[in-house]
Design a protein around this ligand. Sequence first.
Ligand code: PEP
Length: 258
Amino acid sequence: MRRPIIAANWKMNMNPGDTTEFLKSFLSLIPGKCPVDVVVAPPFVSLPAAADILKGNINVRLAAQNMSDHDAGAFTGEISAMMLKELYVSHVILGHSERRTLFGERDAFINSKLAKAFESNLKPIFCIGETLAEREGGKVEKVLERQIRKGFKGIEAKQVGETIVAYEPVWAIGTGVTATTEQAQEAHAYCRSVIADLYDMETAAKVRIQYGGSVKPTNMAELISMKDIDGALVGGASLDYRSFYEIVKEGIEQVSSS
Ligand code: PEP
């Protein structure tokens, strides 16, 4: 079994004060040594507050929600990998559907950010997923294959094996509509088969693929019980520490029961 990874994407929520309060309460619930990887992704301005609490913590890692593909220079409003690393950040969410649809990020740009993340020793959480129109048009596989092939262009197998892929059907993000476990499992297995085809079976077997899209404490157990679902990327339900803990707890129970 791959070690599950459950991540909170707070989007543009949680100021530094909220972040401190959340993490203090959340950490008090996490048992000694957590058998699943837990990651939180606050907005940039709350990263220092999170780093103050998480430095030295063995259970919860810190992620940024985005990153520049440049090292430094005249890129107003951008944040570099090195800046993030100074703030104890170990992971970075790249290619989230909100970045793709609202901010026009394309596959090649995301690929460039993935390369920068690896060069900087940050672990990417690489988001992919189809829109409702693409699903209804029978294009799920075509879209996922394109996003994976273009996203991983020029990236070595070893790095791909360490990537966390987040399959997030766009129609399920923030809508309250979750993909059925069968739909999610089918898409995850397909993503793994594309990676096997592009690289090899060993690499594909290593990649952890999270599901994202209206994950809640009530649907997590079923999702995480599926063969190719290795965790979750959680938006709305991660804003409350109890609800995020309930989701993490389902991951812990899945590990204990397997
Ligand atoms: C997300 O933003 O990555 C996400 C999955 O959001 P939600 O859980 O709110 O659907």
